[in-house]
Design a protein. Structure first.
Length: 375
């Protein structure tokens, strides 16, 4: 056993609901040097998330830091768990987060919980399952259309501020921040490695984030505050690129409304996080070392006042479109719950529990071997 103190939890979203549909960064969650990867297959509502949480909790209690891959649709569910120190990962491998084994039987192991379904009885509900799944797909597409509307409105909102943005002032802010963050470091011949994830998600319960678990543990946080279009993402991306040039590994956390936009970064080796504070993830300093950077001073007041009515209208329309998107994500969740209930009624959960005992045994054996090898 590693320690009597409990490990630290980190929560991220490897995939998210976006205007482009479900957007996945799953290729970044499993490292190529992993010791053991378990990919769980099977239908909905048959215990995958429960099994993932069980393994994570056991290792947390043993003192290991654990990273949970959260479900972007159901905030209470987990799609995976990673234990970096053990090179261990356990993931739901069903759509839309499909993971294909690269070294099957050697590193990856497929666990099929579908083996414990009463398939004969389940087939009696085939038509209901198929029709309900079609309705789920329709509702998701409708939600994504409203997210596209929200992004278009948000883009126009940003454009107002961009028209009034003093780019020279913004560049000086970025240059000052870069000097402070990377003082004493040099460009490396070997660029750092990026990891791309989401720290927030637009779920059936509304927007949620777990930024406190992502940036909380670092020693210093830089928090960017300002209206949409005032250069926050530009500064974040510039600092991320600089960190990579200096050879540091960088965690990129993308925006679910625009998955190609980076909202936050963490540079573990420097113990630094740079985060954007804006709705729905408003942030405040945690310690006296943290620094808040306002981007509003880069906005020319004489210009921005011309767009006051446009900005007010855009904000209202944006929130309305987001509310409609969340409404249909919630309806999709309600329909999907019906499918989960059918599968649950036809599942042998005692068999899943026994399988979980065996998996936990394998994990503990891996932990013992690694602990003894590094003692």
């Amino acid at each position: 056993m590693q320690s009597q103190s409990r490990g630290r939890v980190k929560k991220v979203f490897p995939g998210a609901n976006t205007p482009e549909g479900f957007f996945s960064f799953y290729e970044y969650v499993v490292k190529p040097d992993a010791n053991m990867i378990m990919i769980i297959k099977g239908g909905p509502g048959i215990g995958k998330s429960t099994l993932i949480k069980r393994i994570g909790t056991a290792l947390l209690d043993m003192g290991y830091d654990v990273e949970y891959a959260c479900c972007s649709q159901d905030a209470a569910s987990y799609d995976g768990v990673i234990v970096p120190k053990l090179g261990l990962a356990l993931f739901d491998g069903t759509p839309p987060h499909i993971l294909e084994p690269r070294f099957p039987g050697v590193v990856e192991h497929i666990i099929n919980l579908g083996d414990f379904l009463n398939k004969k009885r389940l087939r009696l509900s085939k038509q209901e399952i198929v029709e309900t799944q079609k309705e789920v797909s329709i509702l998701f597409e409708r939600a994504y259309r409203y997210l596209r509307e929200a992004r278009i409105i948000h883009d126009d909102w940003e454009a107002c501020y961009f028209q009034a943005l003093n780019l020279g002032y913004l560049n000086r802010m970025a240059e000052e921040l870069s000097h402070e963050m990377f003082h004493g470091t040099v460009t490396s011949p070997n660029p750092g490695k990026p990891t791309h994830l989401f720290a927030s998600a637009i779920t059936s319960s509304g927007p949620i984030h777990h930024l406190e678990t992502v940036i909380g543990p670092v020693s210093r946080r830089y928090i960017l505050k300002g209206e949409p279009g005032t250069g926050k993402s530009t500064i974040v991306k510039r600092m991320a690129d600089t960190a990579l040039f200096h050879g540091f590994a960088v965690e990129f956390y993308h925006c679910p409304l625009d998955p190609r936009k980076v909202e936050h970064i963490v540079i573990p080796e420097l113990g630094i996080a740079l985060a954007s504070s804006s709705w729905p993830h408003l942030l405040d300093p945690i310690t006296d070392l943290d620094r808040v950077i306002e981007t509003h001073p880069a906005v020319e007041n004489k210009i921005i006042t011309k767009y006051d009515s446009v900005i007010t209208c855009s904000e209202q329309r944006f929130l309305q479109a987001m509310a409609r998107a969340i409404e249909f994500l919630n309806k999709a969740r309600q329909e999907y719950d019906k499918i989960q209930a059918i599968y649950s009624e036809n599942m042998d959960f005692q068999a899943v529990e026994r399988l979980g005992d065996g998996i936990l045994g394998e994990v503990l054996e891996l932990e013992r071997k690694i602990r003894e090898a590094t003692a």
